[in-house]
Design a protein around this ligand. Structure first.
Ligand SMILES: [Zn+2]
Ligand SMILES: [Zn+2]
Length: 347
């Protein structure tokens, strides 16, 4: 089968690989039907994900059909359409029991697929702990509508919950790329009075506005973001800040535009360390929450998709096939042609 392999820093290739086999009774083999490229794949390519193992097939955001299940898998059988969770988790350890599946202590726990074990930019993939890692796709939900369930929408859903948005709040989202747009989409579920989208790319801001994901858009290249956020909030600052950009100055922006006692949810994955200037923020009494998604809400997210309350299909700006995925990598990595996400059909 064809698969995208991370060969080491700076090197990805579409290669021929053997079809995976069941290894544990809790595994399932999935025939991938639609997959995508995530900015985390680009971080891996850049060598910015130290735990990524060279030789691993990339891909952690995809949907497919169950081909085979291990004897201990209870919830799924051959032929079921499924979305696959970015994280594999045992469901039984200290962290899993508390919903912190990103820190599952199983050797395969957390973000393993497409990083430490083979992922889904391939024709087939082995999914460990299939009962936890798969989410059934209802008949009325298309592959494209379900594609982002396990990673991007999980991240947006988790990020919005971290930010503790209350009805009537002003929520500011830094970054209007795929993650930021999903954060806005999920922030809407909490009925803020206003969502402010901040990005340097006007086409992304336009998408946010057109899709009604943001009420106000600010471009730091043109707007004094801190001043504008204050102006919109009677001088207070945003009630909740979601930092999903991971840019050079965006961490500083996040705490500066937050009002005192706000939550700043730091969802972005930085390629460099950031400074926390405690003397400057003294007295602002901020709450920082950081990290990588606990993707433990896929069932709930799929329900919201089926009900039409979450629809991330607007993120798909490009469509291609697995044979041409390396061209899609080039488009995605270099942000050509206003790309947001590429849906890659696997036949
Ligand atoms: Zn991802
Ligand atoms: Zn666990």
């Amino acid at each position: 089968m064809k698969a995208v392999v991370y060969e080491g820093k700076g090197k990805l290739a579409l290669e021929e690989r053997p079809v995976p086999k069941l290894q544990e009774a809790t595994d399932a083999i999935i025939r991938v039907t639609l997959t995508t490229i995530c900015s985390s794949d680009i971080h891996i390519k850049h060598g910015a994900v130290p735990r990524a193992v060279p030789g691993t097939i990339l891909g952690h955001e995809f949907v497919g059909v169950v081909e085979e299940t291990g004897e201990a898998v209870r919830g799924f059988r051959k032929g079921d359409r499924v979305a696959v969770n970015v994280e594999t988790f045992c469901g039984e350890c200290f962290f899993c029991k508390r919903g912190y599946v990103n820190n599952c202590t199983d050797p395969h726990g957390g973000w393993a697929m497409g990083c430490r074990i083979d992922g889904g930019q391939a024709e087939y993939v082995r999914v460990p702990f299939a009962d936890n890692g798969l989410t059934a796709i209802p008949d009325e939900v298309s592959d494209e509508a379900a594609l982002f369930t396990g990673d991007l929408l999980s991240t947006g859903y988790w990020g919005a919950s971290l930010a503790e948005i209350r009805p009537g709040d002003t929520a500011a989202v830094i970054g209007a790329g795929p993650t930021g747009l999903c954060c806005m989409m999920c922030a809407r579920l909490y009925q803020p009075s206003r969502i402010i989208a901040i990005d340097v790319d006007d086409s992304r801001l336009e998408l946010a506005r057109k899709q009604n994901l943001a009420d106000v858009t600010l471009n730091p290249l043109r707007d004094d973001v801190e001043k504008e956020v204050r102006r919109l909030t009677e001088g207070r600052g945003a009630d909740a800040v979601l930092e999903a950009a991971g840019g050079k100055d965006t961490f500083q922006m996040a705490w500066k535009i937050a009002r005192p006692n706000a939550v700043a949810a730091i969802i972005a994955m930085y390629e460099e360390p950031q400074t926390l200037p405690l003397p400057d923020m003294y007295g602002k009494n901020l709450i920082f929450k950081t990290g990588g998604v606990d993707a433990a809400d896929c069932g709930r997210i799929m329900d919201l998709i089926a009900q039409g309350k979450l629809d991330a299909r607007c993120l798909i700006t490009h469509r291609t096939t697995l044979d041409r995925i390396m061209e899609a990598y080039d488009v995605f990595e270099n942000r050509r042609d206003h790309v947001i996400k590429v849906a890659v059909r696997v036949n």
